[in-house]
Write a protein that binds this ligand. Sequence first.
Ligand SMILES: [Zn+2]
Length: 238
Amino acid sequence: MAVLIELQKLDLEQDKLRINVDNKIKKVEEDREKLVDLEDSLRSEEQDLEETQSLLSKRENELVEAQNGYKHTEDKLNAATNSRDFATIEQERETFKRTQVSIEEEIRTLKEAISKKEVDIKDHRNAYAALNEENQKMAAEAETEAASIEDKVNALKEKVAELSKKVKPEILKRYNFIRKKRPGLAAVVSASNGTCEGCHMKLQPQVYIRLQRQNSLECCQNCQRILYFDVSEHLSHE
Ligand SMILES: [Zn+2]
């Protein structure tokens, strides 16, 4: 049983090494997806800005036209010879004036919208750059770590293979079966005071008695993990 516990220690160490790298790789991939989304939304924001800018320049041209029209009617007004012409031209002039005022208002609104969009785009570009930098850094880290744990993992695997030879095949089979079902978790757990330390459930009294005799393989009926009787813990409780 001591060998099995030692074996488990090595296996869990391997799991721990792998988990760090695996988590980093996962984060790198998730962030890459986020970057693609950010890029897409930046592109549509830029397109939107471009459209607003072209609408602004269209309105600015229309404003010049309205201003020219207004000036032109003023000249016509000076040249008018009768009051009927005068009234008609003055009405025309008022129309140009109203158009001018409404375009000016629209231009103000468009300019405000443009400067807001420009600020947003700048913020989003900065956020993109920051995430991109972090992503590249983490990708490099994950690569270095994956390379550095390779040797450690291989060394651990060798030790595991050596220790495995000393464990009874039936026990090893059971152990590997439980490990496969619960990767990263202990497959061998201690029992004390009649309780499985893995799931903290009360064990059947006969299981606990057999376990204390230490000559049979006992598993927890609840979590299926292999049990061992923790003598030191038992003594300290006495
Ligand atoms: Zn249990």
